[in-house]
Every structure is written in structure tokens, then in C-alpha cells.
Design a protein around this ligand. Sequence first.
Ligand SMILES: *[C@@H]1O[C@H](CO)[C@@H](O)[C@H](O)[C@H]1NC(C)=O
Ligand SMILES: *[C@@H]1O[C@H](CO)[C@@H](O)[C@H](O)[C@H]1NC(C)=O
Ligand SMILES: *[C@@H]1O[C@H](CO)[C@@H](O)[C@H](O)[C@H]1NC(C)=O
Ligand SMILES: *[C@@H]1O[C@H](CO)[C@@H](O)[C@H](O)[C@H]1NC(C)=O
Length: 372
Amino acid sequence: MQPPHLLLFLFLPLFLPGMWADLDAEPQVFQLLQTSLFANVSSAEVSGMTFLGDVPIFALDPANWSINFYWLWAHQATSEGDAEKIKAQYKFFLRNMVRYVHKMAQQAQMDYPLVVQIRAGCVLYPNRTSWGFMDVGEDGRDLTAFKMELRHWEPLQQSRLAQLVSESLTSKKAITGLLEHLLLISCQSFILTLCRYGRSDLERQEAPGATVFARTPRPDQLLLVCRVTGFYPRPISVAWLRDGQEVPPGPALNTSTILPNADLTYQFRSILAVAPGDGHSYACRVSHRSLGTRSLLIPWENSSTAPTVSIAIAVLFLAAAASAGGLWWWKHRKGDEAIWETQEFCYLRTGCLSSNELPCHQLSMITSSPIP
Ligand SMILES: *[C@@H]1O[C@H](CO)[C@@H](O)[C@H](O)[C@H]1NC(C)=O
Ligand SMILES: *[C@@H]1O[C@H](CO)[C@@H](O)[C@H](O)[C@H]1NC(C)=O
Ligand SMILES: *[C@@H]1O[C@H](CO)[C@@H](O)[C@H](O)[C@H]1NC(C)=O
Ligand SMILES: *[C@@H]1O[C@H](CO)[C@@H](O)[C@H](O)[C@H]1NC(C)=O
């Protein structure tokens, strides 16, 4: 038999309609991450990957610089517009890059081996503005960054190499102009094309599976673990309910960062420390876009009084009860965003970009409405 407090949960307003629509309004990031190893004056090993948000698009084969697409649609999208021209030219760009690095190494009297990292791409905001970036690192440290609005390269360290490279790149007006075009115009249109061709994969949703179990590290402490895994996209909300009331953040509550699984889904765990036999009932509540207006509720019951119920109960959204409590919950959830978004892709020290989810719905709205 269900304890009466479970009925309460049914009336807990969990969502507001359109809540995920807010999340949709997130920026799209397309980026190239490239690492080159220069073992000596006559060698270069270049590898690279591109991502739209957290979805890999294509990789560069270090052996012969051929492009391997992760998806058929990514291949198709790259045969259109600027992307096609860039594709026809990229080996030429790479050869120039290799030659340039060797030349700079010579001028700055650098010792081999050298490792050069490049991170380049753009962010497309839902308000249709976009922003391009390109950062270069050497030996694991930031070296120089392209400041698009100022049309110059800014040294990011106090070294002769950083000065030399920044000045030299800034003086090449043809490169500055080309970069501006690539990072703004071409990059933005590539994002839109990818979203058009790859919609079903980019908008993929995987529902989370959740389990609740207990650990007893000490006789006077019980750790309730809510393990949530297999979900996509990344944003998720996990809360503990004590007698139907959400447990606020505090020392008893410990959450992991959102970690990737091998199959491009994510996992997360939330741990609540409680006193054994404290007489309260506990449940873990999981909300995710894939669940729509429902959420998972996994109760944990003290096994001394009742058998552990570990069945996930889908709680139906009740429109009538939604407004006030839903808003409250949403506000608090926003406050939690710092936790949800802490796992960042840090390519270079200052080059962290949150690997956000991929809401292409928003972008399809952009493409289908005329640009003023
Ligand atoms: C340069 O490094 C490559 C790769 O490690 C090696 O195969 C090659 O023999 C080296 N060449 C010279 C001139 O040292
Ligand atoms: C590039 O090399 C890979 C193996 O590293 C091979 O599978 C692929 O067919 C090659 N591509 C071309 C265009 O030669
Ligand atoms: C578009 O949105 C971005 C990020 O929210 C903001 O920084 C930028 O100022 C906005 N641009 C316009 C023209 O509203
Ligand atoms: C939370 O968990 C992590 C990993 O298990 C642990 O290192 C950390 O000390 C915990 N924090 C608290 C406040 O219990």
C-alpha cells in the first residue's frame, strides 16, 4: 500500500508548460578543436575535431588529413554554401598553418617538440546575433586570441613568442579579414545548415533511468543515493523530497557534476545524508525534457518498516496546481544552474565553454522566419 504522503506528490506542481522552451533559448556553439604536434623542424602531426554543442560533427584523420564525418547528414550539410568551399581549401590552410608555426618557432628560437592547440568557432544566440572566437595555445598554455571586434590578436602571456605571433598575425590583414568572414558568416550559416540536416539526431532525447539505494558509511549515518543515468540532452533537475517537501541545498546534500557516458548520454548522482531511522520518508524526483510534463519519482523507504519501493512512478502534470509552486520550483532550479553547468569543456586555460544542450527548435524558428 502506498503511504498517504505519496498522494501529496501527485499534487506537487512540478512543471510549468513551456519550461523547456526557456531552455531552448540557449546559444548554439560550433567549434573546432585542433591539436598539432611538431616533433622536429620537419614534422607535424595534426588532429582535429568539430562539435556542435556536445555532438561531434567530424574529425580530421592525423594520418592523411582526410575528414571523417560522424553522421551522413553532417557530410551533406558540409556540401553546401561556404562549407563546401572551405572543405575544398582546408588542406591548403593546414599546410600554411604548419609552415607558419615552424617559421615562428625559428624566429622565437623555440625548442622542439612543440604542441600547438587551436580552438575556433562561433556562438549563435537565439536573438540571431553571433560571436566568433579563435584562441591559440602553446605547450598547454594560452598564447594568443583573436579579438574580432578590434581586428587584432591579443597576447595572453608575457613571452616573446606571444608578442611575436600576435603582432605577426595582426599585421596580416588578409588573414584577419578571412577569419572574420569564417568565424561570423560561414560559421553561423554552417550551424543553421547542420541544424536543418541533422534535426532528428540533434534534437534526440533519451529518458533518464533512476535508482535509489542506501549506503551506511558509519552506524550513525545513512547515505541515500539517487543515481540517474542515460539521459540526453544534458540539463536535468534532481531533487530530494523529505515527507513530500523539497530538501534545500545544504551540507546534507551532495551532488556530482553531470558526467558523460560513452554513448553520448549523461549521468548524475545526488546523495542525501540522513540519520538512520529518523522516521521521515524520502524520495528522489527527476525532471528532464524527455519526460515532458511528467517527472520520475523514486521513493526510498526505511527497510526496517516497509519493503523498499524502487518503482519509478510517473507523476502526471496537473495544470490546475501548477502556477504558484511551479514558479517557485523553476526559480530555485535556476539557482541550481551553477551546479548543472559546472562541467565545462576546458580546452585551454581560459578557453572554457559550457557544452550546452542542442536545442535546434529555436534555430529552426530562426531559419524559417525572414531575417529583417
Ligand atoms: C622528425 O620527427 C618524426 C616524427 O617523430 C620522425 O619520424 C623523423 O625521423 C624526425 N626527423 C628528423 C630529421 O629528426
Ligand atoms: C586515411 O587514413 C585512414 C587510416 O588512418 C584510412 O582509413 C583512410 O581511408 C585514409 N583516407 C584517405 C582519403 O586516404
Ligand atoms: C543577443 O544575445 C546575447 C546573449 O544573450 C547578448 O549578449 C547580445 O547583446 C544580444 N544582442 C542583441 C542585439 O540583442
Ligand atoms: C561530496 O562527495 C564528494 C565525492 O564523494 C566528496 O569528496 C565530498 O567531500 C562530499 N562533500 C560533502 C559536503 O559531503
